[in-house]
Design a protein around this ligand. Structure first.
Ligand code: SAM
Length: 362
């Protein structure tokens, strides 16, 4: 997923740097039983990477769509067998348990579209007679999304799927529908004409499942409330760097995840997200929120991803983190997050310096 602040292309940098601090001699060996906390988890890509390396993961994010993604990518760690659904769908019974995920996604993908909340509010067909017309998805893809989302909820209500299967299906839907959104990248605006990827028929791609022996845990809380209740070995922090609120930039994914028929307003059809506004996006609040967070951190090693253009200055970060112990940092040149329309920008101007700050707590 093309997510603001995604660490997808920085994973090795993160791992190598973290190993240098945590295991200077063993270069990462012996990390197996460590608890890695990824508490601004977003897409879950960082937690997922360290889960694959053998860590036990605790993940968290204030956004519900992120919680859903992490419930699957992080918490799910055993095969999904769809045992109860197989009693209802006779074709599923004959499929090997290892292949059932693909079959169920295929089944959902082939449902007939429904004119539900997404079609009625975010597609041209559904909004054409309303005061504001919106085209976040093609009509066909919007209706498909509604049909799949409603079926997943129906199966859950009828107890035909368990929580693990539920979050797997929702995560697959969120990631797949995002691929055919008619936006430049985020949901703060839609494009006038349907772009090529938005014209393609919707494909429900099964989300990857990482099988391992560890139990993991995922939360959907404000980090400053959660942190004091959590203990880990490594606390990895990746807060927003600037004023762009995730709640408004990904509001449609939030609605697909919750499917709660919210009141929406304005040209973009924004839901009310007042209680998800992040202090880390505010020039006035970020520093105090970060200081409070660092003071509550319950881990030997605390790492912070931030760049040289963020709201908090490097001086402030150093001052705050040093309160807890020995401070240091690593850097890497990095390509800034790009929306489609920014592709023509000068390449050099798109480079920024990514920092990984750390403190080894006393
Ligand atoms: C830079 S992104 C994280 C990206 C993530 N590491 C990835 O690679 O996908 C920051 C995340 O912090 C979340 N967030 C912002 N404020 C928060 C808060 N107070 N508590 C918990 N999560 C918060 C946002 O919803 C967003 O997903």
């Amino acid at each position: 997923m093309n997510y603001i602040g995604s660490k997808l292309s920085l994973l090795e940098f993160l791992e190598n740097s973290i190993n240098k601090v945590v295991d200077p001699e063993k270069n990462g060996a012996g990390k197996k039983c460590r608890v890695f906390c990824d508490l601004f988890a977003g897409t879950g890509i960082v937690g997922n990477y360290f889960k694959k390396k053998g860590y036990k993961i605790i993940a968290n994010d204030i956004q519900y769509y992120s919680f859903v993604l992490n419930k699957h990518y992080i918490e799910n760690h055993k095969e999904l067998k769809f045992l109860r659904l197989a009693k209802k769908l006779s074709e599923l019974k004959n499929i090997k348990t290892g292949n059932r995920k693909d079959f169920v996604c295929d089944y959902l993908e082939n449902l007939k579209g429904i004119k539900g909340f997404i079609y009625k509010n975010y597609c041209l067909g559904g909004t054409k007679n309303k005061e504001i017309q919106r085209q976040y998805f093609s009509n066909a893809n919007g209706m498909k999304c509604d049909a799949i989302r409603q079926k997943i909820e129906e199966w859950k209500k009828e107890k035909l799927i368990n929580d693990n299967e539920y979050y797997f299906l929702l995560a697959s839907l969120i990631e797949s529908i995002d691929k055919c959104a008619n936006t430049a990248s985020v949901y703060g605006a839609f494009l006038k004409k349907l772009k090529k990827s938005a014209q393609k028929s919707f494909v429900l791609q099964p989300a990857e499942l990482i099988i391992n022996d560890q139990e993991h845990k995922v939360y959907n809380k404000d980090i400053n409330v959660l942190t004091k209740k959590i203990k880990g070995d490594i606390l990895y922090l990746d807060p927003p760097y600037n004023h762009r609120q995730y709640a408004s930039n990904y509001h449609i994914l939030e609605t697909i995840a919750k499917y709660d028929n919210p009141k929406i307003h304005g040209k973009t059809g924004l839901r009310n997200c007042a209680n998800q506004k992040s202090l880390y996006c505010s020039r006035v609040e970020a520093k105090n929120a970060f200081k409070d967070l660092i003071s509550k951190a319950n881990a030997k090693y605390v790492f912070l991803s931030y760049n040289n253009e963020g709201i908090m200055s490097l001086k402030d970060i150093k001052k705050i983190m040093s309160l807890r112990g020995k401070y240091g940092y690593f850097t890497k040149k990095y390509n800034r997050f790009k929306a489609d329309r920014d592709k023509n920008r000068n390449y050099k101007a798109n480079k920024t310096t990514e920092y990984l700050h750390y403190v080894v707590c006393n």
